[in-house]
Design a protein around this ligand. Structure first.
Ligand SMILES: [Zn+2]
Length: 308
């Protein structure tokens, strides 16, 4: 079977070092197996995303020397233009009786939920699942607009991650009923990513470990909608010398700043070294790393980066 992987950047800002590592390894995973690379723009949130930023992302990927075979800025590969696909999936979930409106505010959700043991995320307590139609009508009359949640079963789901190994969650207690459409009408990432990967034929998903905890729910959603879940490969997080996770707040590691300091070959060589593909952080093109790429070389534990 042909490997089909994807870049799925969100144009809410410049990519940071963690995004670059994920992009490079997703590309190497595909190119080392003669696969097809898809570029999808994850611009669901109109408040945070813009076409200008999406164009910058595309230009940044090209600057790094990463290419793709399908997708890009064409509407059919931009989530903001794919509502009709998400609506079809939503309607199917609704027809299965799995969707219900949730009127909770953020404060109510936090107050009424038990913190998730492993990553601090909260598990929704199904407060709104029991509302009667009369109660719903009263809330709507007060001007409350619901988000929509999907009801997960009491089921254990194990994802056999291609890099990290088996990862198991009990869906109802570890994940909880998750939002598929926000109260402002924006489709939730969890629904969009599953629909898009399925409809775009993506069968290899390479991404950061911060998404591992959402993966069992995504695998379940794939199967519930009649799709085959892709193979998942999660990358360790990048951390600073103190072991803190890098984030978009570390502005010195976003590509706008990195491009002022490094050539693409220096940056790719550095990422290749962080990923265990070369012994030194010497310059390299993405193509030069293809023959050196093996998942067994990539660290599983968090990768500490030195000073830039
Ligand atoms: Zn609720």
């Amino acid at each position: 079977m042909t490997v089909r992987g994807r870049f799925a950047p969100s144009p809410s800002g410049r990519m940071h070092l963690g995004n670059l590592l994920a992009a490079l390894l997703a590309w190497l995973d595909v190119r080392s197996q003669g696969g097809i690379m898809v570029l999808r723009i994850e611009d669901l949130d109109p408040q945070r995303c813009s076409l200008n930023k999406a164009e910058q992302l595309v230009e940044d990927l090209q600057w790094l020397g990463l290419d793709w075979d399908e997708g890009g800025l064409e509407p059919e590969y931009c989530q903001s233009h794919r509502s009709h696909h998400y609506q079809v999936a939503f309607d199917r979930l609704e027809a299965m009786g799995l969707v219900y409106p949730c009127y909770c505010t953020r404060a109510e959700r936090l107050a009424a939920s038990a913190p998730h043991a492993s990553d601090g995320a909260v598990v929704y307590n199904r407060r709104c699942a029991q509302l009667t139609q009369t109660q719903r009508d009263m809330l709507e009359a007060q001007g409350r607009r619901p988000a929509f949640r999907v009801r997960v079963p009491h089921q254990t789901v194990t994802v056999d991650d291609g890099h990290m190994g088996p990862y198991t969650q009990q869906l109802d207690t570890d994940c909880g009923d998750f939002i598929v459409r926000r109260s402002d009408g924006v489709w939730a990432y969890q629904l969009a990513v599953v629909v898009d990967d399925a409809l775009m034929g993506v069968n290899h998903v390479v991404r950061g470990c911060d998404l591992l905890t959402s993966t069992p729910a995504q695998a379940w959603l794939h199967r519930t909608l009649g799709y085959q879940p892709p193979a998942f490969y999660h990358l360790p997080l990048l951390v600073d010398a103190q072991g803190r996770r890098l984030s978009k707040r570390d502005r010195d590691l976003d590509l706008g700043v990195l491009r002022e300091k490094y050539t693409p070959q220096e940056l790719v060589g550095w990422l290749g070294w962080l990923a265990g593909l070369q012994k030194e952080p010497k310059s390299a093109t993405p193509r030069q790393l293809i023959s050196r790429f093996q998942w067994s070389k990539v660290p599983k534990k968090s990768i500490a980066i030195g000073s830039t």
